[in-house]
Design a protein around this ligand. Structure first.
Ligand SMILES: [Zn+2]
Length: 85
């Protein structure tokens, strides 16, 4: 189930609402869709970065910190490219 947010005040709104009950902004599906795709993308990004740092921490613990930093930097660059190209 997707959660919609007001693009202006960030309050969670129901899909039937045409006017935000918090700030009174007129809501159209385009602006809601745009803001929510940004939210979904940043949620994925946070998740990906957590995984990357976990991998880095494991390499740091079991191999060495140089390899950990190299792997984290490479994975960050790749994930940035994939998420925001
Ligand atoms: Zn609002």
């Amino acid at each position: 189930m997707s959660v919609d947010r007001c693009p202006n005040c960030n309050k969670i709104i129901s899909p039937q609402e045409r006017i935000c009950s918090n700030c009174g902004l007129k809501l159209d599906n385009n602006s809601i869709g745009r803001i929510n795709s940004i939210y979904h993308k940043s949620n994925i990004a946070v998740f990906v970065y957590l995984i990357i740092f976990l991998i880095g921490a494991l390499i740091y613990a079991f191999v060495n910190w140089i390899l950990a930093i190299v792997v984290v930097v490479i994975l960050m660059a790749v994930s940035l490219y994939i998420l925001f190209k």
